[in-house]
Design a protein around this ligand. Structure first.
Ligand code: SAM
Length: 362
């Protein structure tokens, strides 16, 4: 590969990659200059989606990544292997866009399951297509599922996602449960005037079904750049709403790098016999960046060290330019060393990243 390739942004509009490694210790893992170690990898497998959630992308969709720019299944597996074998990554989450739109997902999962040490594997999905795919994904080695669902009302579901497919989501979730994908976590975003009255109903349903509900604060990651902080439902409001029907207490378990702050739901037992829990992911009002253990790969092979990062480091050029596994590992280490201490949403100069959530991988 030519030295001239180094530092050239691969994505139009993305800033130059991080290259400064001064002070970095001789550590094979994905350490950053603030003492954190990334062990959890989110891999986006496509920027496309079969829903059109109003808070995520426009009705007509987005300008999709040309297929030749996206990594092939083999390229994805190679990067995952480098992450696990050389960089100490222990957990992999496949996401998108909608990862179930990726035909080779089962093959990617099976190849990941064959790695040593075998990483924990999950998928973040809208659950459409799980009815058909759950058996194959479980057989390939997928451990668990995070599914997105913002409402239990058919008319609202159609309004929020612009598709009338609530029943397909619910049957997809049941299929995942039948095939032993466990636990099933449900991710919900509440929006004022749309579904913010539904938190207690969603929790009651999740408790009955044996799913774990997690309610996420809306973040400035929409394609339309229309997020407004004063229009966002905060963790405080979420908890107040849940407490109108449930008694919640702090979960004494160690939170570690988990994004969700968890609460025990009094009087309820989870499907595994432990006290039932509900999570709140308060990325905006109670950020947890200090414990972040995540690293991200976009579908075109760019490392992002934060959801909100303004820079990306290109790994695809090594894959397509004859680079070695150790060169890939090194470039990844460099990318993570440059991780900022926090996402900076509250800082005056905060800029939303160019890529929307659907193209980064949620
Ligand atoms: N298609 C998959 C799904 O539906 O889970 C994976 C990608 S989707 C972008 C991942 C998650 O991001 C979903 O739970 C979605 O609700 C959430 N999401 C999208 N835009 C968001 C935003 N601006 N703030 C918070 N969460 C968002």
């Amino acid at each position: 590969m030519s030295v001239l390739d180094l530092g050239v942004p691969a994505v139009p509009g993305s800033a130059t990659a991080t290259t400064d490694t001064s002070g970095r210790p001789d550590d094979a893992r994905l350490v950053d200059s603030w003492g954190r170690v990334a062990t959890d990898l989110r891999v986006s497998l496509t920027d496309r989606c079969n829903l059109r959630c109003t808070y995520c992308m426009p009705a007509e969709g987005l300008e999709w990544m040309p297929s030749e720019e996206a990594l092939t299944d083999e390229e994805v597996v190679r990067l995952v292997r480098v992450a696990v074998e050389r960089l100490g990554v222990q957990e992999i989450r496949f996401t998108g866009g909608e990862p179930l739109l990726r035909k080779g997902l089962e093959d990617i999962v099976a190849a990941t399951a064959a790695l040593t040490p075998r990483p924990e594997m999950s998928v973040t999905t809208n659950a459409l297509g799980l009815t058909r795919r759950a058996a194959g994904l479980a057989a390939a080695g997928l451990d668990r599922v995070n599914a997105s669902l913002d409402t239990l009302r058919r008319d609202r579901f159609a309004e929020i996602t612009r598709r009338d497919r609530l029943d397909d989501v619910l049957t997809g979730l049941r299929a995942a449960r039948e095939h032993g994908l466990d636990p099933i976590k449900i991710n919900t975003v509440l929006m004022p005037g749309l579904n913010d009255d539904e938190a207690p109903d969603l929790l009651a349903w999740a408790l009955e079904e044996g799913y774990e509900l997690r309610i996420i604060e809306q973040m400035p990651l929409d394609a339309g750049h229309s997020w407004q902080r004063d229009r966002m439902i905060t963790a405080e409001q979420i908890l107040a709403s849940l407490r109108t029907r449930f008694t919640l207490s702090d979960d004494p378990a160690e939170r570690g790098g988990a994004p969700a702050e968890r609460f025990l739901v009094d009087g309820w037992t989870g499907h595994d016999g432990t006290p039932a829990k509900v999570g709140v992911i308060a990325s905006v009002t109670r950020p947890f960046c200090g414990n972040c253990d995540r690293t991200r790969l976009t579908a075109d092979g760019q490392v992002r060290n934060c959801l909100f990062s303004q820079t990306e480091n290109d790994l695809r050029r090594f894959l397509r330019g004859g680079g070695s596994d150790e060169e890939i590992a090194d470039a990844w280490r460099v990318a993570m060393w440059g991780k900022k201490p926090g996402h900076g949403i509250d800082e005056p100069g905060f800029l939303q990243p160019d890529r929307p959530m659907s193209a980064i991988g949620g």
